[in-house]
Design a protein around this ligand. Structure first.
Ligand code: EPU
Length: 429
């Protein structure tokens, strides 16, 4: 158990190299189960979640290696089922379901369950796979799925909120080895879904409409090995972009494709943010941006990502006037609000809308990080705040931000990690 101590209020400036995308890396690793050949994935971020998915693959009998940003998987002789102990620790384990059904014809795995973001159902995953001929029932807390021969079908992945990202991914993976043609309507258009499709095409899959809401997949008999480089992490990029604006620093974000972040860049530019884009360099001029209040809502891609909602709340505390943030994807994703308030933020909740009045001088405080993106929000708040903050629950941040502390230190942040000392059963700061 560790904690981070941040001395806030230091000017932030410099260069940050953006890592490969976690949410592209996780399904790419799972999809390597679709072949018995070697799959090599470059630009893989070194994150807890990625290492965890590697362990899940090893449990299933895969060879897995991961060094210097390159992961290599060979699923030659695989078998068994993902265990409850593993699956309950990472929701993205659900990405194994489609590849395992396609490859092994049968799998029993626990549903990942809810999390701090809410219930997070998987009905659409199961509905999509059932449409492809998979027989699925839930027994003894397990999804029991079998399909001797998956068959192409027309399936819709849309729900009331839009579409499901990992649900679309599961159906794509299953459809690549199904008999006949699958048409996926209301497919999630997130760049991570498109990235996975590009990797699958390199493995021999036949997919049309990549990046669009209708995908056509002609099943093939088998897939082969391939080498693929992941797209940059648009959420990590957005996190640093927002931090630069909130802290009025100039940051140069490198190895990024800004086209993946159109919604956030457009919204910020409209409110007065100044940017420069030179090739894959993206310069955020926080030092000369005078932001006006914003009223934003999260939406499926190409809309504003829910994963940036919490870091946006931190930015809004630094803008003069009233801003608001409506959460459409996960109505309960506001666990950061209480902690931000303790640091001095003026936030009123109105259903799934946070109304934030700024500009506020945040002050350092001990805070508890409840989940990954709330972690990005609270790290940012602590960096802006006057005085010292002590952040606990930082393992959440390590799940999704590669060498976050090191990247922050390079741009001027003053922070250090230390072990939490236990005394008489109590944690001692
Ligand atoms: N939903 C259903 N039924 C389903 C599946 C989803 O009703 O069967 C609902 C959810 O309750 C939610 C909405 O659909 O309201 C979107 O959920 P989705 O299935 O798209 O989320 P996910 O695939 O489980 C991925 C990312 C999340 C990101 C969301 C939304 C990965 C591994 N995870 O989750 O990332 O927030 O899409 O964009 O790709 C994160 O990185 O911190 C993170 C939580």
């Amino acid at each position: 158990m560790q904690e981070v101590i941040i001395q806030g209020g230091r000017p932030l400036a410099g260069k940050v190299s953006i890592s490969g995308a976690k949410n592209a890396g996780l399904p790419a690793l799972a999809a390597s189960l679709l072949t018995d050949d070697f799959v090599t994935i470059h630009r893989m971020p070194d994150l807890k979640d990625i290492r965890f998915m590697g362990s899940l693959l090893e449990d299933l009998g895969c060879e897995f290696s991961f060094q210097d940003g390159t992961a290599c998987v060979r699923a030659l002789a695989i078998g068994g089922n993902p265990s409850y102990e593993r699956v309950q620790q990472m929701r993205a384990s659900i990405c194994l379901l489609g590849p395992l059904i396609a490859r092994l014809k049968r799998v029993n795995m626990p549903p990942p369950g809810g999390c701090v973001l809410g219930q997070r159902p998987i009905d659409l995953h199961l509905h999509g796979l059932t449409a492809l001929g998979c027989e699925i029932f839930i027994q003894n807390g397990l999804i029991c799925a079998s399909a001797n021969q998956l068959k192409g079908a027309t399936v819709s992945m849309g729900g009331v909120f839009g579409s499901t990202v990992t649900g679309t991914i599961n159906v794509i993976c299953a459809a690549t080895l199904a008999n006949g043609t699958t048409i996926i309507e209301n497919a999630a258009r997130e760049p991570e879904v498109a990235d996975l499709c590009r990797m699958l095409v390199k493995m021999g899959a036949k997919i049309d409409g990549i990046g669009e809401s209708t995908l056509t997949i002609d099943g093939v008999e088998q897939l082969h090995g391939a080498s693929h480089e992941l797209i940059p992490d648009r959420i990590e990029f957005g996190t640093f972009l927002l931090l630069a604006l909130a802290g009025r620093g100039k940051l140069e974000l490198t190895k990024m494709d800004a086209a993946l972040c159109g919604a956030i860049i457009d919204a910020l530019a409209e409110s007065g943010a100044e940017f420069e884009e030179i090739g894959n360099f993206f310069i955020v001029h926080g030092e000369r941006s005078n932001l006006r209040p914003m009223h934003l809502e999260t939406l499926p891609f190409p809309g504003l990502p829910t994963d940036l909602q919490a870091p946006l709340c931190t930015l809004f505390t630094q803008i003069c006037g009233e801003s608001s943030m409506l959460e459409n994807i996960y109505p309960d994703r506001f666990t950061h609000v209480g902690e931000l308030r303790r640091m001095g933020a003026d936030i009123v909740m109105d259903g799934r809308r946070a109304v934030i009045r700024g500009a506020t001088h945040l002050s350092g405080a001990p805070v508890m990080i409840p989940d990954l993106r709330a972690g990005a929000c609270l790290y940012s708040a602590a960096l802006l705040a006057r005085g010292e903050s002590i952040l606990r629950g930082i393992h959440h941040v390590d799940r999704g931000y590669e060498i976050f502390d090191e990247k922050l230190r390079k741009i001027g942040a003053v922070l250090q990690r230390r072990e939490i000392m236990q005394k008489d059963g109590c944690e001692k700061i």
